[in-house]
Write a protein that binds this ligand. Structure first.
Ligand code: FES
Length: 128
């Protein structure tokens, strides 16, 4: 497994879920208490991007239907299905945020098509 540079360290503010792409995989990063946490940026429920969620303490709440996870472990804290997040190793090294995706990790979850269409429509409207 290789560490891949994804951002300069100063591009990842504390407590701000941030979307990046790592080797074709959408990943959400959260800097919390000095550590960087990484997980797939698609909610296991209906695939809404988790970087749009709300972070309170170490708990990230999906914007769509309020499922909640501990960003430090990926553990589901509230809702029905035992759907933990797919987490990845992340670190800050020499001023760069790096992520290492395990080749044995489950296939990436695609983001919601509904979300993608909404964002495309917003982009068209702002360009007009
Ligand atoms: S899409 Fe995230 S809780 Fe439903």
């Amino acid at each position: 497994m290789t560490w891949l540079a994804v951002l300069r360290a100063d591009e990842l503010p504390a407590r701000t879920p941030t979307a990046v792409e790592v080797a074709g995989r959408f990943v959400c990063l959260v800097r919390l208490e000095g550590a960087v946490h990484a997980f797939d940026d698609a909610c296991p429920h209906r695939r809404w991007p988790l970087h749009e969620g709300r972070l309170a303490g170490n708990v990230l709440t999906c914007r769509a239907h309020t499922w909640e996870w501990d960003v430090r472990t990926g553990e589901l804290l509230r809702m029905r299905a035992p759907e933990c997040l797919v987490t990845h190793e992340a670190r800050e090294h020499d001023g760069v945020v790096e992520v290492r995706v395990d080749p044995e990790a489950p296939a990436a979850t695609e983001r919601s098509e509904l979300w993608a269409r909404a964002r495309a429509r917003e982009a068209q409207e702002s360009a007009a």
